[in-house]
Design a protein around this ligand. Structure first.
Ligand SMILES: Nc1ncnc2c1ncn2[C@@H]1O[C@H](COP(=O)(O)OP(=O)(O)OP(=O)(O)O)[C@@H](O)[C@H]1O
Ligand SMILES: [Mg+2]
Length: 273
């Protein structure tokens, strides 16, 4: 089977004043269609950097990322936005919902960007909210919902455009343990149901226990990949810790914002987390 995500020699160097932070040091990784892959590793090891680059939210300093046959590292900002709308759903730790919009309006947003008709996008969003058990909350704003409910809206928004790949960065990090389990089961069940590829960053070993494969990152390198499907364990990719060109060091904003108001600036918030 061809991988849906193919990463080769991926490096990311951030410039902070005079200093250079090597967030990724040469990552090679293949992820296959329908897989559930967890990325683990201690704080600062490069998990979010890797996920953001796979999702086209940040540009690599070196190396290549091919998703569904397309080279993300060669795309300009506009192409990346378009690519994300077509192929990628992202679930954030902080939910990143528009605070002044209802659940329904939040879930509709990706379809607004994609130019789907009002009638069709409302129907799709309502169905997704219903599937996630939120029929009674479609007209609620984020502040009128619990954390778990807000994250279900976040999941609905990530899935509504039926993307091939779903990325989730600590999606249960802001929830209590019982709600975390519910949310995790929901994400997994939805991904399985529609055969989405799921790539999730987590600190939680009990979350990683559900994954098909667990990728362990240390200091910007994959040090271990554990296959939990009953297959054998494969070594992680590695590369000499040298080179790496200067990067812009600037996180790129997410999708264009025809939005009425607040720009949640998804990438920035992710980094704040
Ligand atoms: N925008 C940025 N500018 C400068 N340095 C950054 C930036 N984003 C991340 N870094 C640095 O890159 C390294 C990897 O960060 P990253 O956010 O990927 O870690 P992480 O594994 O997700 O950690 P955590 O578990 O705490 O979320 C860290 O040293 C971090 O300080
Ligand atoms: Mg992180």
């Amino acid at each position: 089977m061809e991988p849906i995500i193919r990463i080769r020699g991926l490096k990311k160097v951030y410039r902070v004043g005079e200093e250079r932070v090597r967030a990724l040091n040469g990552v090679d990784l293949d992820i296959y269609p329908g897989e559930f892959v967890c990325i683990i590793g201690r704080s600062g090891s490069g998990k979010s950097t890797l996920l953001n680059m796979m999702a086209g939210l940040e540009k690599p300093s070196r190396g290549s990322i091919v998703i569904a046959g397309e080279h993300l590292e060669k795309m300009n900002e506009k192409q990346l936005v378009d690519f994300r709308l077509r192929h990628i759903g992202f679930i954030f730790q902080q939910f990143n919902l528009f605070p002044s919009m209802t659940a329904l309006e939040n879930v509709t947003m990706p379809l607004v960007y994609r130019g789907v008709s009002v009638r069709k996008r409302k129907a799709a969003a309502l169905k997704m909210l219903k599937d996630l058990g939120l029929s009674k909350h479609v007209n609620h704003k984020p502040s009128q919902m619990s954390g778990g409910q807000q994250q279900r809206v976040g999941i609905a928004r990530a899935l509504v455009s039926n993307p091939e790949v779903i990325f989730a960065d600590e999606p249960t990090g802001n929830l209590d343990s019982r709600t975390s389990e519910e949310i995790l089961s929901l994400i997994q069940a939805m991904a399985k149901r529609d055969n989405h590829t799921l790539v999730m960053v987590t600190h939680d070993p009990s979350v990683a226990a559900h994954a098909d494969r667990v990728v362990n990152i240390l200091d910007g390198l994959i040090v271990d990949i554990v296959d939990q499907t009953g297959g054998s364990s494969a070594p992680g990719g590695s590369a000499a810790p040298s080179g790496g060109s200067a990067s812009s060091g600037v996180a790129t904003p997410d999708a264009p914002q025809p939005a009425p108001e607040a720009n949640p600036n998804l990438t920035e918030e992710e980094h704040a987390s």
